[in-house]
Design a protein around this ligand. Structure first.
Ligand code: SF4
Length: 249
């Protein structure tokens, strides 16, 4: 018994008391910062594997970025990545970081759909659909409810059935094979419902964007309430994005 108490004592507190202000190590690539220093813009734009970088002025679209870090390795005087994990936005354009930007990415309160906060502010149940995902974002979403992040303390949970859900969380680039099942799942969620896209693949298609194996029509038919960038998205990015959407701060 004393051995067990020793282990318990040694482990200490494992949960993160304040998920809104937790610090991540510098190795984590979060929000980029783009300086105004002059570089060969054409070469910078060219090196990005997903076309996330555009020039004049230099911008990075976090909905397309795979966070590979290549731009920061090749042009360190121009681009660096901070460990700021608050990357979620409810307006797609907000994911585009421009040179000289020094402010964080935010969820705009005025753009949160009517009823989302009043209906789901106390309890939000989500059905996750991996629409051709590679299990990376799915793994991180699973981690949201581990002992460290403990997302369910905020009343936010993943549920097994769309009938019990208030919305769908989509990961993966939405393959043609998964387009139908995704729509069936969406239709099975009672109204009103929300849609959250998690990860670069879901937001833009990522490295698969031009693949004929994708069918992303779903996104032209239904409104998206939250974009959560990352490749994969970090649990703190997801949790903070949802908390901001629900105004649970
Ligand atoms: S980190 Fe993002 S913006 Fe930079 S090269 Fe990789 S994908 Fe492109």
């Amino acid at each position: 018994m004393f051995e067990n108490i020793k282990i318990w004592w040694h482990q200490g507190k494992q949960y993160i008391p304040d998920v809104t202000n937790a610090k991540l190590p510098g190795i984590f690539r979060g929000r980029p910062v783009i300086t105004r220093s002059g570089v060969d813009e054409a070469a910078l734009v060219e090196l990005c594997p997903t076309g996330a970088i555009t020039g004049n002025p230099v911008c990075i679209d976090l909905g397309k970025c795979t966070f590979c870090g290549e731009c920061a390795f090749r042009f360190p005087e121009k681009i660096s990545f901070t460990s700021d994990y608050k990357l979620s936005a409810n307006v797609r354009e907000r994911l585009v970081v421009k040179e000289g930007d020094d402010k964080g990415i935010v969820v705009e309160p005025s753009k949160v759909r009517k009823g989302v906060r009043s209906l789901f502010g106390q309890s939000l149940k989500l059905r996750q659909v991996s629409a051709g995902g590679d299990n990376s974002c799915e793994l991180e979403l699973n981690a949201c409810n581990n002992v460290q992040f403990d997302m369910s303390r905020f009343g936010i949970d993943f549920v097994a059935s769309p009938r019990h859900a208030d919305g769908v969380v989509i990961t993966g680039p939405i393959t043609a094979n998964m387009a139908g099942p995704l729509e069936i799942c969406y239709n099975a969620v009672p109204d009103p419902k929300i849609v959250i896209l998690v990860g670069t693949d879901a937001i833009s298609g990522g490295i698969f964007a031009d693949s004929p194996a994708l069918d992303r029509d779903f996104l032209t038919k239904y409104p998206v309430d939250l974009y959560v960038p990352g490749n994969p998205a970090h649990p703190l990015t997801f949790i903070n994005g949802v908390l901001d959407m629900l105004k649970k701060q």
